[in-house]
Design a binder for this molecule. Structure first.
Ligand code: AMP
Length: 214
């Protein structure tokens, strides 16, 4: 099964994608995670990407498509793409990469969440620097301040979850990423999911939307 999770930053697509990937034994491919890892390792990819990520802009298409080409080498295993594609150029590029090995996307899950909910979620989001668990200071706070319930790791706020950068990420999302909904709708692949519901309800909608895929 080959899926794409679409949605604004903070729509919950990452957490939902991780859970679905675990249950269906699919590879979870998050370009954001790959780029953050590259920044940590200070690779040349990381150095190039950081400049854009720090201000909430998109990393250029050529860089992202080069990265995806490297990652999608195992043609047979199912996967979930999370945070990619983010522009029409990337969507067309992905189609070309997949068609070279006779593959195609089965479905695109589009999580709709209002901008006001996104801002609220992202400003309150905290992550564990050890195991990556996600918290929300308002709706899912840790038992002990700044400490991960799962592993005792330290919680941190992502650099790009500051108020100004969130505004720009939303702007960029509406301008550059939202148009690809029509790209996939016209191919009959788009499934709209109401991402404003609570986590389990959203997950239920997602599992129903993929239930008919072989
Ligand atoms: P994410 O973790 O998906 O919210 O991504 C964090 C940041 O990484 C984004 O704001 C972009 O700067 C960059 N990024 C991640 N995926 C892509 C992509 N497919 N195209 C361009 N930039 C990306």
């Amino acid at each position: 099964m080959k899926l794409i999770f679409l949605g604004a930053p903070g729509s919950g697509k990452g957490t939902q994608a991780k859970k679905l990937a675990q249950i269906l034994n699919l590879e979870h491919i998050s370009t954001g995670d790959i780029l953050r890892e590259a920044i940590k390792e200070q690779t040349s990819l990381g150095v190039q990407a950081k400049v854009y990520m720090d201000v909430g802009e998109l990393v250029p298409d050529e860089i992202i498509l080069g990265l995806i080409k490297e990652v999608l080498t195992d043609g047979n295993k199912g996967f979930i793409l999370d945070g990619f594609p983010r522009t029409t150029t990337q969507a067309v590029g992905l189609e070309n990469i997949l068609s070279e090995s006779g593959m195609g996307i089965d479905k695109v899950l589009n999580l709709n969440v209002s901008d006001s909910a996104i801002v609220e979620r992202l400003t309150a989001r905290r992550l564990c620097d050890n195991c990556g668990s996600e918290y929300n200071l308002k709706t899912r706070p840790p038992a002990i301040d700044e400490v991960c319930d799962n592993c005792g790791g330290k919680l941190y706020r992502r650099d790009d979850d500051s108020a100004e950068v969130i505004q720009n990420r939303l702007l960029v999302y509406h301008r550059k990423t939202e148009p690809i909904k029509n790209f996939y709708r016209s191919r009959g692949l788009l499934a709209d999911i109401d991402g404003n519901q609570d986590f389990d309800e959203v997950f239920g909608s997602i599992t129903r939307a993929v239930a008919d895929i072989k």
